[in-house]
Design a protein around this ligand. Structure first.
Ligand code: E4P
Length: 218
C-alpha cells in the first residue's frame, strides 16, 4: 500500500519524506488555507515547492466547478510539474473533466467520494485515483472501511485501473485496516504515519538491551 501525506505543510511533508516511506501528497483547498496559502501565484508556487520535496503524486485540487473552468485550471496545475495529479470533485462536470483529462494523459484524483456508485463513475471516466473519505463517513454513523472494501471488490471484478486511495484516514487502525482490505493507497496526517512506530514493548526492549550492553561494557 502506498502512503500519501494529507497536508500542505512543507515541514510535515519533508519529515515524512525523510522517513523514506512517502509515496505522495494530497492537498485540498482547506489544507492550503490552513497553511495561509492564498492568491493564484502563491498557490502555484506552493504546489511547486511540494513537488520539489517528493518523488511523485502531488494531488492539487481545482476550485472551478464547471467543465470549462476545471479544464482550464487543471491544465495549468498539470503544467507545474509532471508529479501533479489533478484533483477533481465527484460532480457531473467533474466526471466529464476526468474523462477529458484522461484522454489528454493528465492524471486525476476523483475526490469527495462517499458511495460505491460514485466510485464506479470515477473508474469508468478513467480516474487515476478515487478518494473515498472514510473518516467523514464514520463521523456520520456509516462504516467508511466497508465502503473501501466494496470499491476494492468492484474494481477487482472488472479490472479497473483506477487506484483506491483511502482518504480522511484519521488513526492507525484505519490505516492498518485499509492495508488488510487491499486499498492501493492511504492518505493521512503525519501523526498517523509516525504513530505506526510506537509499541511499548519496543521501548522497553530497547531500554533493556542498552542497559545490558552498558553493564557488560562497563
Ligand atoms: C483527501 O484527499 C482529503 O484531503 C482528506 O483526506 C480529507 O480528510 P479530513 O476528512 O480529515 O478533512
Amino acid at each position: 500500500m502506498k502512503f500519501f501525506i494529507d497536508t500542505a505543510n512543507l515541514n510535515d511533508i519533508q519529515e515524512a519524506y525523510d522517513l523514506g516511506v512517502l509515496d505522495g501528497v494530497t492537498t485540498n483547498p482547506s489544507l492550503m488555507a490552513k497553511e495561509g496559502i492564498s492568491g493564484h501565484d502563491n498557490v502555484i508556487a506552493h504546489y511547486k515547492a511540494i513537488c520539489d520535496i517528493v518523488d511523485d503524486n502531488v494531488s492539487a485540487e481545482v476550485i472551478a466547478t464547471d467543465f470549462e473552468g476545471m479544464i482550464k485550471e487543471g491544465k495549468e496545475l498539470a503544467q507545474i510539474d509532471d508529479k501533479i495529479v489533478v484533483k477533481v470533485p465527484m460532480i457531473k462536470d467533474g466526471v466529464k473533466a476526468i474523462k477529458h483529462f484522461t484522454s489528454e494523459g493528465i492524471r486525476t484524483n476523483c475526490t469527495l467520494v462517499f458511495s460505491a456508485g460514485q466510485a464506479i463513475l470515477a473508474a469508468k471516466a478513467g480516474a487515476s485515483y478515487v478518494s473515498p473519505f472514510i473518516g467523514r463517513l464514520d463521523d456520520i454513523g456509516y462504516d467508511g472501511l466497508e465502503l473501501i472494501e466494496q470499491i476494492v471488490q468492484i474494481y477487482d471484478n472488472y479490472g479497473y485501473a483506477t487506484e483506491v486511495l483511502a482518504a480522511s484516514v484519521r488513526h492507525t487502525m484505519h490505516l492498518i485496516q485499509c492495508a488488510e482490505i487491499g486499498a492501493d493507497v492511504a492518505t493521512c496526517p503525519l501523526k498517523v504515519i509516525t504513530s505506526l512506530l510506537n509499541h511499548p514493548l519496543t521501548d522497553k526492549g530497547l531500554e533493556q538491551f542498552l542497559a545490558d550492553h552498558a553493564k557488560a561494557n562497563g
